[in-house]
Design a protein around this ligand. Structure first.
Ligand SMILES: [Zn+2]
Length: 305
């Protein structure tokens, strides 16, 4: 479970969503046995999707964030809902590339040229869908562009995953700064100036967790908010607004996977029954396997007919 701290500045110019997701990203790494590069990409997408889920109006709303490119990672996808449930996967968990010139994990290179699609199911007849071309494939920059282009919202997204030498997740987290409709123009300039000098978010998380041993997650998040926004002028200092939670949670079930079997069609399903006499399906999010014996498959076939 990762807390999400939500704050608003004194002048009501911007709202902030802030989280430390070290445990959640480590859990995803263990399930998907990802390489450091894959952990960084997946961890950033999970953290970003989790924060975007919390930004949804209703708890029953859900969204899918899909990064697709011609690079070796192929695809990174995460879904999140308004209750804070998050799950995701990377198509190629073994992806590995040399570090960039700056010595960083090359998440952008692993995705290559491609696009970002966000699908929001807000309980309306049709889901909302927005697609943009990837800016850099570094995830945070792409999400910032998505908000601007597809939702006409001025936001700034920062995401980070630090991998330790033994490949486990040392620190992960993110923040979304959302400009409000009545934002003072000077607040935009002040934020830009502050962000230009800001160390990577994982460095700041390391600092607050290092000095805040024994502190609660809420306490650490307040320290993190102070480490970032304490740099802002007095009139744009933050006030706490709310606290929420996000967590890794896969809600797959035999019923859900049998619905997937229904969509493959009568002909293919008949073929599986005759040739294999059984089927095994795996949830792509949590990798749990579901076994369908002949009798169960015949029942599904009957249901389609
Ligand atoms: Zn699952």
């Amino acid at each position: 479970m990762s807390k999400v701290w939500i704050g608003i500045d004194k002048s009501r110019s911007y709202r902030v969503y802030l989280t430390i997701t070290t445990d959640m990203v480590e859990e995803a790494r263990k399930i998907h046995m990802t390489t450091p590069l894959a952990t960084a990409g997946l961890g950033r997408v999970l953290t970003g999707a989790g924060l975007m889920g919390i930004m949804l109006k209703n708890e029953s709303d859900r969204l899918t964030v899909q990064f697709k490119g011609d690079g070796p990672a192929k695809q990174i996808l995460a879904t999140a809902d308004g209750k804070g449930n998050v799950k995701g996967y990377i198509a190629n968990p073994d992806v590995d590339l040399p570090l960039t010139d700056k010595g960083k994990l090359d998440v952008g290179g692993s995705l290559g040229i491609g696009d970002l699609t966000v699908i929001k199911d807000l309980g309306l007849k049709e889901p909302y869908m927005g697609t943009i071309a990837l800016v850099s494939g570094e995830i945070a920059e792409d999400l910032t562009a998505y908000f601007f282009i597809s939702e006409q919202q001025n936001t700034s997204v920062a995401l980070g995953v630090k991998i330790e030498r033994d490949y486990h997740v040392g620190a992960a987290g993110g923040m979304i700064i959302q400009m409000l409709p009545d934002a003072k123009e000077a607040s935009v300039d002040a934020l830009e100036a502050m962000l230009a000098d800001l160390p990577p978010i994982t460095t700041l998380i390391d600092q607050v967790t290092g000095s805040g041993a024994g502190k609660s997650q809420s306490g650490l998040l307040r320290d993190l908010a102070e480490a970032v926004f304490g740099r802002m002028p007095e009139e744009y200092q933050l006030e706490g607004l709310d606290e929420r939670e996000i967590r890794w949670n896969c809600d797959c079930s035999e019923k859900r996977l049998s619905q997937a079997l229904m969509t493959i069609g009568k002909k293919d399903l008949t073929e599986i029954i005759e040739e294999d006499g059984q089927a095994e399906l795996q949830c792509q999010f949590c990798l749990k396997k579901y076994h369908f014996d002949k009798e169960r498959l015949e029942k599904i076939l009957e249901d389609i007919s």
